[in-house]
Write a protein that binds this ligand. Sequence first.
Ligand code: HPA
Length: 277
Amino acid sequence: MNDIYKKLQDCYACVRAKTDFEPKVAIVLGSGLGDYAKDIEVVSEISYSEIEGFPVSTVPGHAGKFIFGYVKGVPVVCMKGRVHFYEGYPISDVVLPIRLMKLLGAKVLFLTNASGGINPAFSAGDFMLIKDQIACFAPNPLIGPNIDELGVRFPDMTHVYDLDLQQAIKDAAAENEIKLQEGVYIQLTGPSFESPAEIKMLRTLGGDAVGMSTVVEAIAANHMGMKICGISCVCNLAAGMTDNPLTHDEVQEAANKAAPLFKKLVTESVAKFENLL
Ligand code: HPA
């Protein structure tokens, strides 16, 4: 058996030994959304460190666990904390949690993240519905022998972000009077923030927001046939767009400030997914 698939199966067995919960929606909580657990009717929690072989994040603010429970009656699994490629994990480990949540039953993947705004019409604190994505120097997680049990060798990427889920998020935002921008998310590897020249390049490429996650996760999920949606919390304007240097603390602070509204948008959107599942 393929080593990557074997590791995934082992992690699956480890989780199934602890819970038989079957989520329909998998939610990845980005920076600042970490305390979303309070909005979930929690059934059980499993720390990543309890799952043998599972990648455990080293980033402050990303300490990790799976939270199983219900959001407005919808069975969900939430990832509190994700691992990033810049931490030094192989890309197969970075997407392992996504694959695992699919095996556990999730048909929908709701990705959230913190990003830097590239689009000059954006402000810090805006939320952006992810309409499409660009991988920029982030390795493709499907490189290597294809894992036929998961998906096909050459997956189509025309509609990575599901149109019905996008509409549900737009409806949730409108009904709750939450301003929602739309755009293309670009993933670079990090961990350094971008240079102003790189931001200019990314704008030319068609990016609206930039970050260090999400795109590779969406590629792996799309490979497995999950329906995907995503919202980015634009925590700062990207390098060179203001005179201020960027710091992780500033990003975290902006994410924390936006968190209550961001959580509301996630919850109200999940409630609308009910009839799409
Ligand atoms: N660049 C990359 N990742 C980020 C940024 C940024 O400006 N802000 C939050 N995550």
